[in-house]
Write a protein that binds this ligand. Structure first.
Ligand code: CIR
Length: 255
């Protein structure tokens, strides 16, 4: 069974958002369109029944609207991460009180680093990407923190892309949507797998919300593949966040 959510935390992008980190230049994001797309994202979450808290932008942290990276929220615990990029480590402090309203809070401690974008929950199994942002200590700490809830954490090497969830997400119980080399990763073989076509690899990041799978606009083949596998989908345009290596899951914490 997929988890059902009642709330979302999001953060409005700062005016400085185009100065955030990125792996490659994918064109200059349009600030107005970014804000409009973010508002549409929030509206979709509300339409799907979530109570959405929209936090104020953090001008000093141009990537702070990618709230997914700063915390991992499970049914009984929120783990404040220690982001792997130094520039992003100050995002967790302002987020913590918002998360603490709803959950007991634990922390990833130095020398551990962990970005929430490397954490993929598939039922009681949690895959953790070892990436340029998340190290083994971060993975091990998360494993210890989540074990009392019956979660089992498994490390997976992120051989391409920014985060694990840039290339692998779980559209619904028992199914993974995967791009590129991740389709062949042994740990994922027990699941029903939908492999996105190379031309649509950016569509591997989808966001399931209580029975509807949000899919980035502009990837019709992936959308059709999900529908054919029995998942109702809804398109959300996130072209501007994508220019900054962001995807649909990155922009919210659902719980
Ligand atoms: C970064 O490089 O940290 C941001 N520009 C993008 C973060 C995207 N977050 C995610 O995939 N969870």
């Amino acid at each position: 069974m997929s988890r059902r959510f009642s709330r979302a935390l999001v953060r409005t992008p700062a005016r400085s958002f185009a100065q955030g980190l990125r792996m490659a230049d994918r064109g200059r994001p349009d600030p107005e369109l970014m804000l409009r797309q973010h508002q549409q994202y929030v509206e979709v979450l509300r339409r799907l029944g979530l109570e959405v808290t929209v936090l104020q932008p953090l001008e000093g942290f141009p990537d702070a609207h990618f709230v997914e990276d700063a915390a991992v929220v499970t049914p009984r615990l929120a783990v404040m991460t220690r982001p792997g990029a130094l520039e992003r480590q100050g995002e967790t402090g302002p987020l913590e009180p918002e998360v603490a309203r709803w959950r007991e809070v634990a922390h990833i401690r130095a020398p551990g680093t962990l970005d929430g974008g490397d954490v993929l929950e598939v039922g009681q199994e949690v895959f953790v990407g070892l990436s340029g942002r998340t190290n083994r200590q971060g993975f091990e700490q998360l494993g210890r923190l989540l074990a009392p809830q019956g979660y089992r954490c498994t490390a997976v090497r992120v051989s391409e892309g920014l985060h694990l969830t840039s290339s692998v997400t779980c559209p619904g119980s028992g199914t993974l949507l995967l791009a590129g080399a991740f389709a062949a990763v042994p740990e994922f073989q027990p699941y029903r797998r939908i492999v996105v076509e190379p031309a649509e690899s950016a569509a591997a990041n989808v966001l399931p919300v209580n029975g509807t799978v949000l899919v980035p606009a502009g990837f019709p083949r992936t959308r059709r593949a999900l529908e054919a596998a029995g998942f109702p989908t809804l398109e959300v345009d996130n072209s501007e966040a994508r220019k900054m290596d962001g995807a649909l899951t990155c922009m919210s914490l659902l719980f």
